[in-house]
Design a protein around this ligand. Sequence first.
Ligand code: FAD
Length: 368
Amino acid sequence: MLADAMGKDAFFKNKSILVLDKDAKKTNDRTWCFWEKGEGQFDDIVLKKWNHIYFGGKAFSKRYAIAPYTYKMIRGIDFYTTYLEKIKNYTNITFKQETVEKIKHLPDSVIISTSRSEYTGKQIFNSIFDYKMAMHQNKYPVLQQHFLGWFVKTDKPIFDVDQATYMDFSIPQKGNTRFMYVLPFSKTEALVEYTLFSDEVLQKGEYQKAITDYLKDNLDCHTYSITDTEQGSIPMTCYDFREHHTENIRYIGTAGGWAKPSTGYTFMSTARKTPRLLKYIKTAKPLNGLNFRNRFWYYDLLFLDVLDKDNACGHYIFETLFENRDPQLIFKFLDEETSFKEDLNYILGCPKKPFLRALMNRLPYTSP
Ligand SMILES: Cc1cc2nc3c(=O)[nH]c(=O)nc-3n(C[C@H](O)[C@H](O)[C@H](O)COP(=O)(O)OP(=O)(O)OC[C@H]3O[C@@H](n4cnc5c(N)ncnc54)[C@H](O)[C@@H]3O)c2cc1C
């Protein structure tokens, strides 16, 4: 997104831009979902849209119409193909498939050593993420949103084509926050993903067993084939990734702390931050000067503190929230677009005790 934004901006016309990736980006290694009001900038590559979401809890479950929002899905491969093609057409941008091995800071430039060559750049935007970046501290908990998903094809029509299962907590929690996420493409095809918000990943077999059980016990589905899989881990932390920036190196994407700490959603967060970063780059100020933090960082911090202290309470928080508030407010809040009055309304829809306890432990409030 950043390379494309630079490519189409006349400001960068005389700059020489190199995009390095160790991967050719020719496989569908992930799918991205996000919600959005009406039409959006990625609509040309959106594969599927849903007008309803389902929330499933132990004592409360509901199907919601989410207008004016729709829940949208993009396949990674469609994004990569489209954006690599755009990048190819910008004469000032070159894409090379090379692995970055070393980054050396000099006073006015940065030297990048790859498996094949060495490059000098005035500014570097680095999206190489490693959990180690956030693990050397204990001021902020580092949880993971980790998951394994199966693309299944069933014998019988069992899926509601216009409904994405946003979270289904009606499964064993085993002391964690565990839910199913179901994205149907047709009545017989869906991505079924077993997801946790916790600090340790599981053995592969445990994710697989949970999906098998869910298909059997919750969806009464006994015969199906697995056509593809996806798997991942997204950091959930309020750790300040700015510590890694320098005057001429800026970490971006997950490595820049752009994954929303309380949800793991990163795609739209990246789409929103990219134009702000671009505008900032044009000011020629040191790259570490831009701060994206706002009051939502603090809300996310309290949420992660609560989950870190009692990892089994996630289902109760989400169930209370969905019972008390509409998904439209929830989406708006998670998009960080609510007014302070709306923030309070959202917060009052959550269980009070654990959040008050977390707030007391984080006082005095330090501004983000
Ligand atoms: C399976 C999966 C599903 C997801 N689904 C959603 C979703 O539905 N909604 C959402 O909002 N977010 C989702 N996310 C989270 C997030 O949007 C993605 O992880 C997103 O791809 C993050 O973008 P990024 O640019 O930070 O990192 P990446 O897309 O991972 O890009 C980093 C790039 O760096 C390259 N690289 C790594 N090391 C080197 C090296 N040494 N040298 C050169 N290149 C290197 C990699 O090949 C990669 O292309 C998902 C993540 C995964 C893994």
